[in-house]
Design a binder for this molecule. Sequence first.
Ligand code: ASN
Ligand code: ZN
Length: 322
Amino acid sequence: ESARATLEADAEAAFRAFRIESPGLMAPAAPAAEPRLERTIFDAHHGLGLPGDVVRPDGADPVADGCVNRAYDALGLTFNLYKEAYGRNSVDGNNMPLDASVHYRRSYNNAFWDGERMVFGDGDGQVFNDFTVAVDIPAHEMTHAVTQFTAGLVYQDQSGALNESISDVFGSLAKQFARRQTAEQADWLIGAGIFTPTVQAQALRSLKSPGTAFNDRRLGGKDPQPDNMAAFVETSQDDGGVHTNSGIPNHAFYLVATGIGGFAWEKAGQIWYDTITSGELDPNATFQDFARATLAAAAKRYGKGLEYEAVLKAWFEVGVSG
Ligand code: ASN
Ligand code: ZN
């Protein structure tokens, strides 16, 4: 309880500073322009060159290649989540056209945002299917672009794990938004369906139960994600464990969303969105900095009611306090 009191006191100070330093920052900003969705899907033809050739320009009919159409649809879905839930026009807030390349390299077991575009591998067909089959993966990659244009979280150690977590949070929210599922109904999985049936894996990661998404020798054994600071992984690999320690803020978001209830993209998502767009978060923010910023954002938007309490309780449960 004293740790909780300290976190709350610090959040209180952060909130006061926030109010003083950013008058009106969270008032709904007038959009710079009418929202405009412009998608272009490219085919890298299994090579390294990017972006490759245009295979589906914006407004064109679906093509025979399912990867192309899934990427096209996922970009549209994620654009709509940001626009409809948060009033954001594309990843930069200014209608930046969205490009994605599919069929990058051969048997490539990953997807990424390269600073300009989303890129998807086909998977090796042994362990991984192609990376467009789970809508939360394109949404995760697109959210790296949103983070780049907003909080600018440095992709290393705790700020890197926060960067990763934000991509998982809005990736999962895009899937929930598409399915109109409440926090209770959602599966909270990232990458469900990207593994071939022989792999002992339900997904890449779980926000509901970090550490339980897979257990397969070919994936290095058991899902290594912690759900509490007590199990924080110190490592120099993976930019300081950004895909591992993201389990902690991921689970905090899950607890906030289920604590508040209803559609997670509404209040919980709004609090996280306000946090990354506040201009108050340091690019090298720690989990504790981020926790305080989410509390300040919750208080700013919803006052100190059940939403604020849910945020406070969630960070306490994952061991981020004091
Ligand atoms: N799929 C990974 C990600 O977006 C690629 C990477 O490690 N940057 O997190
Ligand atoms: Zn990522």
